[in-house]
Design a protein around this ligand. Sequence first.
Ligand SMILES: Nc1ncnc2c1ncn2[C@@H]1O[C@H](COP(=O)(O)OP(=O)(O)OP(=O)(O)O)[C@@H](O)[C@H]1O
Ligand SMILES: [Mg+2]
Length: 260
Amino acid sequence: MLQVEKDPFIRLRNIKKTFGHVVALDGVDLDVCPGEVTALVGDNGAGKSTLIKIISGVLYPDEGEISLNGKTYRHLTPPVAIELGISTVYQDLALVDCRDVASNIFLGREPLKARFFVDKKRMNRESEELLRKLKVSIPSVTTPVEFLSGGQRQGIAVARSINQQGKMIIFDEPTAAMGVGESARVLKLIRSLGDEGFAVLIISHNLHHVFSISDRICVLRNGRLVKDFRTENTNPDQVVGFITGSNQRTEEFRKGSTKA
Ligand SMILES: Nc1ncnc2c1ncn2[C@@H]1O[C@H](COP(=O)(O)OP(=O)(O)OP(=O)(O)O)[C@@H](O)[C@H]1O
Ligand SMILES: [Mg+2]
C-alpha cells in the first residue's frame, strides 16, 4: 500500500467480510486522511459498498481492525460511527420529503427554546448560514425537500452531515442520477469539503468525475485493494487496467520476466 504522509482520520486493517460463500472483502487495508478526497473505484461487486457499510457501522467485518481517534475497534455501529464524526450520504439520501429544508438539516437534533419548543427561527437562520457557506442555492429553507432537484437534495444531505459534527463524509455514487450541470455543482461541493479539511471518501464509476476531484484513487478488485494511487501520478487508462486486472497481470508478467 502507498504510504500517506498525513495522519489518517481512519485506518482500516485486514478487513474481511464474507456473505455465505461470497468473499466480499478479502483483507483490505485503507487509510482515509483529513483534507483529502479519496476515491474508491472498482467494478460491480468489487466490494465498495460493503466497505463503506463497515466504515459507517451498518455491517460488521468478520476479521480486521478499524482505528480512529487513538482507539482500535473490531467493528463500529451506526450511532458510534456518527459519534466519531463519520457521516454517510446515501444514494436515496434519507431525507423526509414532506418536511422543509431546515427540518431535514436538523432532523433528530432540533434546538429547543424555553426547554419544550422547537426553535424554528434558529433552525432556519443556521440552515441558511450553512447552505450559504456550502454555496448550495435553494428557493428557501422553508421549502419542502420534495420540490428540490437531485443536486439540491445532495446539498441538504451534506449540510445535515456537517451539522451532525461530521469529520468524515462518505458518498456512494453521488452523481449517478444527475445531469451535467447538477453533477458539476455536487462535485465542486465535494471538492470544497476536502479543501475545508474533511476526510472525504467517494465511490464513483465515473472516472472523469473521480479524476476531476480526488487526491487519491484506491482500486478494489474482487474484494482486494489492488492499487492506491495519488491522482496526479496516474491516468484513466492505468486505473481501468487495475479495475479490470489487465495492468496487474502485465506487472506480474514483467516481475516474472525480470526474475528469469
Ligand atoms: N447482503 C448481502 N448478501 C449477500 N451477498 C452480498 C450482500 N452484500 C453484498 N454482497 C455481495 O458481495 C460482493 C460485493 O458487493 P458490493 O455491494 O460491496 O459491491 P460494489 O463494489 O458496491 O458493487 P456496485 O458497483 O455494483 O455497487 C458482491 O458479490 C455482492 O453480490
Ligand atoms: Mg455498490
